[in-house]
Design a protein. Structure first.
Length: 424
């Protein structure tokens, strides 16, 4: 019995889905604790590819329990679509393998409208570049204590009453400020009802389920979404998501006390970012293009091209301090093949001195200059390497350099999208 957590150390899209899928054989229960369908976790098996936005990435084996914790925000329509897509891929979702906390907040149509209208109304540099999935407005309602929770789906009258209570304020914003069409309560109820009816059997006390699993000696795996630099408190505010992505939130976001036996920090071998916001090591040049093309760096939720750049040890040091990984999982190492030399950002120059951790002031990350160390690259195809010893010398040196700098061993190295392309 143990608790394992998998989390993203950068700006999301580190390849957490593959790592959770790989480690799923060690866990019986896999639980999401934050974020919503702004996430896109890609799983590749020998003959199929699945992109999951809400359902935990442990869903592929038939004997696992996947849970959606209270810290998640859930779009009922998206979840139902995901269940249908999995069904088409031969994976059956039933209340036996999926549970939803009754305390999980629901993303309503007005959250999505507001998210998009707000972004549209902002001028270019102020845009966050959200995924437009209604994530921020839904978390806002949770904090304002006017949110609608998954448990409310059991009572149609309550659902309608809560929608009616929320709508005047939403419509005032939509109509007066954003010049958008107002929404009608009955119409929203009509949209939600078929999904709600389908999802009610999946409602569970997730906190209790986790306790029962632990009492039965089972291993629970907590699946993070996004990455540390998108954390609402610790990320590059205001260009962040609306939830705490750090490991500490696994506790509050599921209703289980924090005691992680293993914390796996997923580190992409270079850095990417999708959406607006500072990105000190971004390479707007052929190097960035190499990473973008070779790494197929397109957002799995929005299809947007990801910005790409060198590995940044400054943000990774902070991720280690905030989240305490016991192990690193370094992903997409193969993408760096073909680059003669590889740079790693070891510090930032900020206000005339070198700093080892990101500065704390808002937008200060836009004012730093990365200090690089240059390492030799290589052109060998490493995608079939099965052990660390199979890797070319320079690739091994790169991994060792990261391990030393972050004082954490890299026990997983991914050299391609397939499950088999992993050095454990
Ligand atoms: P939101 O989460 O849709 O509000 O978007 C806020 C910021 O977080 C935007 O820059 C998004 O591109 C980014 N973001 C949200 N979810 C993910 C993710 O799963 N991977 C990468 N970036 C994300």
């Amino acid at each position: 019995m143990s608790n394992i957590i998998v989390f993203g150390t950068q700006w999301g899209d580190e390849g957490k889905g593959k790592i959770v899928d790989l480690l799923t054989e060690r866990a019986q229960v896999i639980v999401r604790f934050q974020g919503g369908n702004n996430a896109g976790h890609t799983l590749v098996t020998r003959d199929k590819k699945f992109i999951l936005h809400l359902i935990p990435s442990g869903i592929l084996p038939p004997d696992k329990t996947c849970l959606i914790g209270n810290g998640v925000v859930l779009d009922p329509e998206v979840l139902c679509r995901e269940m249908d897509d999995l069904h088409k891929g031969g994976i059956e979702i039933t209340p036996a393998n999926l549970g939803i906390s009754k305390k999980t907040h629901l993303i309503m149509p007005y959250h999505k409208e507001l998210d998009r209208a707000r972004e549209k109304a902002k001028s270019g540099k102020d845009r966050i570049g959200t995924t437009g999935r209604g994530i921020g407005p839904c978390y806002e309602d949770k904090m304002s204590r006017v949110g609608i929770r998954a448990g409310d789906m059991q009572d149609r009258d309550l659902l309608l009453a809560k929608i009616k209570k929320a709508l005047p304020e939403k419509n005032a914003l939509l109509e007066s400020l954003y010049k958008e069409e107002p929404l009608q309560a009955e119409e929203i109820l009509g949209i939600i009802t078929p999904y709600a009816d389908r999802l009610v059997p999946y409602l569970k006390d997730v906190s209790l389920k986790i306790q029962e699993a632990r009492e039965a000696g089972q291993t629970v795996m907590f699946e993070g979404a996004q990455g540390v630099q998108l954390d609402i408190d610790h990320g590059t505010y205001p260009f962040v998501t609306s939830s705490n992505t750090v490991t500490g939130n696994a506790s509050a976001g599921t209703g289980s006390y924090y005691s992680m036996d293993e914390a796996i920090g997923v580190v992409k071998a270079y850095t990417t970012r999708v959406g607006q916001g500072p990105f000190p090591t971004q390479q707007d040049n052929p190097v960035g293009e190499h990473m973008q093309v070779q790494g197929a760096e397109y957002g799995s939720t929005t299809g947007r091209k990801r910005r790409c750049g060198w590995l940044d040890l400054v943000i990774l040091r902070e991720a280690v301090r905030l989240c305490g990984p016991t192990t690193l999982a370094i992903t997409k190492l193969d993408v760096l093949s073909g680059l003669d030399s590889i740079k790693v950002c070891t510090a930032y120059e900020y206000q005339g001195r070198d700093i080892l951790y990101p500065p704390q002031e808002e937008n200060s990350m836009s004012a730093v200059t990365p200090v690089y160390q240059e390492l030799p690259g290589g052109s060998e195809d490493i995608s079939q390497c099965k052990t660390r010893r199979d890797l070319p010398h320079n690739a091994r040196m790169y991994i060792e350099h990261i391990e030393e700098e972050l004082k954490t061993p890299a026990e997983i190295i991914s050299v391609g999208p397939d499950r088999e392309q992993t050095i454990m």
